[in-house]
Design a protein around this ligand. Structure first.
Ligand code: SF4
Length: 238
């Protein structure tokens, strides 16, 4: 919410010293310095795209599993959601930066990599040659790293669920047969009102072969009994 409100927070609560969003977390030390020297409030709610990842400490893990952020933000603007306004548009980390992190974690004994993103299957990272790498290609490269036995990813959006990602489940043994794919509703009317960009039938087509977990949204105010019945129907095992 800090990203959304910015200076308005200071106006409402003058005793607040610093306002910053998740994209400028790494600037906290310099904001503290500025605050200490000048005694003026520091407000930084900008959206630098990749800068944060270059400043955060190198990832470490003392277990077999580690999480690697590969993209942030969301450009889908569902009607019920604040994320695009607070986290910014979708931004993917460069391919080599992600791979360096995976190799570094593998060297520490990590065996399972969880690729993370607000809309993880919208990943389109550039490599050093300027080519665009999608999530399916990235998974194949991560799975090929020595020592990596399992790859997972979360959270996906149904409209970004490409054929290449479907093929990845068939072709890459390290990719775990589990998919987290939010559906939100089984009613086309509600899905349309939410601006989800797909129908219930299109969703079912994508997941019928998968072991799946799926968040559902429901509002008593906007959901008719017919919509709630459709929600139950989409949950029935095929
Ligand atoms: S796709 Fe997800 S994160 Fe993006 S606006 Fe919709 S609900 Fe929010």
């Amino acid at each position: 919410m800090a990203s959304q409100e910015g200076e308005a927070i200071r106006k409402r609560a003058p005793h607040v010293d610093m306002v910053f969003g998740p994209q400028t977390l790494h600037r906290v030390p310099s904001m503290l310095d500025a605050r200490g020297n000048n005694q003026i409030a520091a407000v930084d709610v900008t959206f630098p795209e990749i800068e944060k990842f270059d400043h955060l400490p190198k990832p470490s893990s003392d277990g077999a599993t580690a999480f690697v952020s590969i993209m942030e933000g969301c450009s889908k603007y569902c009607t019920f959601c604040v994320v695009p306004y607070t986290r910014g548009e979708e931004v993917s980390r460069p391919f080599e930066a992600v791979m360096d992190e995976v190799i570094h974690l593998s060297d520490q004994g990590v065996r399972e990599i969880n690729l993370l993103g607000q809309n993880v299957n919208a990943y389109r990272g550039e490599n050093q040659l300027g080519d665009e790498i999608d999530l399916a290609e990235l998974i194949a490269c991560v799975a090929a790293v020595d020592g990596i036995d399992r790859v997972r990813f979360t959270t996906s959006h149904p409209v970004e669920f490409t054929d290449s990602l479907v093929d990845a489940f068939a072709d890459i043994p390290e990719l775990v047969s589990h998919l987290h794919l939010p559906v939100q509703s089984g009613s086309d009317r509600i899905l349309n009102a939410m601006k989800r960009g797909h129908t219930a039938a299109e969703y079912i087509e994508r997941w019928k072969e998968s072991a799946l977990t799926a968040p559902i949204s429901a509002s008593r105010r906007t959901s008719s009994s017919a919509s709630l019945a459709k929600r139950k129907k989409i949950l029935k095992p095929r």
